[in-house]
Structure formats: structure tokens, C-alpha cells
Write a protein of this length. Structure first.
Length: 195
């Protein structure tokens, strides 16, 4: 029995030295969070986030003042300011100078925005890696691509000329603007034949 009493006293001693919210948490006051060993501001953030998600602190409405939150949770003004600052950075709260701090969005709305941002960032990273890959192409490869492109242009010009001629033999107008393509076809034909 004495060992059990000693353990209880030891637990109380450890708790009261590690837990500045000892009186509030263990004696019926508001519980800031259930995660032991977390910094005070994180516990306050957790509870405010929970209240916003539950609708107890509705979007567009002000949260209690810094002094009121400090008194309610038994924490310093510095802890409250840090928690509010972190929640502002997350996009849940916003401040109006001289008016107070207001709820901007519910946590699930912020999460969906974060997912979109992460998706866009991932896509941007993919594009960047492809651009980096293009920058590392050697000169020989670029020359090969230029020659292949030049060959393809010649082939297209010859085919286009043949199509125009075929339509002409059939007495039909070429389906596209024949005048602009004929001039193009002649220049491409000259390029293809080397004339």
C-alpha cells in the first residue's frame, strides 16, 4: 500500500513540474489537448482547430481575445500569440487591425487548398525536371533533331505539292487556301529539290 501511495505522490510531483496546466487539466479546467509533452501553443492550436472544425468558432466570426484565451487556458499571452500566429500561417485565421482575429476557413477547406497547391507544386517540379533534361541535351543530338525536322519538312512539302497537283488534275480546288499553300509549296519544292 505504501508503494502505491509513493507512486501517486511521485506522479503528482512529476506532473506538476512538467505540466503548467496542472490545475486546469487535472482539476476540471478546460483541457487544451490530450497529447502529453506537446508545447503549450500546440495544445492551444489543437483545441482552437477542433473548435473551428466543429463550428463552435464559425467562419467569419472573431475568436476570443488574447487575454481571454490566456485566462481560459491558463497560458501566457506569448503562448496565445504563438498559437494564433501558427493558425494564421495555416490559413485558418486572419487579423483585422483594431478589430480582432477572425476565423477564415475550416481545417478541411485549408487541407483541400494545400492538396491543390501540393499537386501544382508536384506538376511544376515535373515540368522543371523536363526542362532541365532539355537543357542537358548535347549539341550533336540537337543537330540530329534539326536534320530530321528539315527532312520531315521536305517530305511534307513534296506530299503537299503532289496533293495540290492531284487536286488540279481532278479539277478540284485544294481543300485549304490553295493560293497561300501553292506559294509555300513552290518554295518548299525548291528547297526539297535543291533548286
Amino acid at each position: 500500500m505504501r508503494e502505491l501511495d509513493a507512486l501517486v505522490v511521485l506522479r503528482e510531483l512529476v506532473c506538476s513540474t512538467r505540466c503548467s496546466l496542472h490545475n486546469l487539466v487535472h482539476k476540471g479546467g478546460p483541457v487544451v489537448g490530450d497529447e502529453i509533452g506537446q508545447p503549450e501553443y500546440r495544445r492551444l492550436m489543437h483545441d482552437l482547430r477542433r473548435q473551428i472544425a466543429a463550428g463552435q468558432l464559425p467562419v467569419g466570426e472573431p475568436i476570443p481575445s488574447t487575454a481571454s484565451l490566456g485566462q481560459q487556458y491558463g497560458v501566457s499571452v506569448t503562448v496565445v500569440r504563438r498559437a494564433v500566429s501558427e493558425l494564421r500561417a495555416e490559413g485558418l485565421l486572419y487579423g483585422r487591425p483594431g478589430k480582432g482575429v477572425f476565423v477564415k476557413a475550416k481545417p478541411e477547406e485549408v487541407v483541400s487548398e494545400e492538396e491543390v497547391i501540393k499537386s501544382l507544386a508536384s506538376g511544376l517540379a515535373d515540368v522543371q525536371s523536363k526542362v532541365d533534361g532539355l537543357e542537358s541535351v548535347d549539341v550533336g543530338t540537337l543537330e540530329e533533331i534539326r536534320h530530321e525536322l528539315s527532312d520531315l519538312r521536305r517530305i511534307v512539302a513534296v506530299l503537299q505539292t503532289q496533293l495540290i497537283d492531284l487536286y488540279g488534275r481532278l479539277g478540284q480546288p485544294y481543300p485549304r487556301d490553295a493560293a497561300s499553300f501553292e506559294g509555300l509549296a513552290d518554295s518548299e519544292r525548291r528547297r526539297a529539290t535543291g533548286a
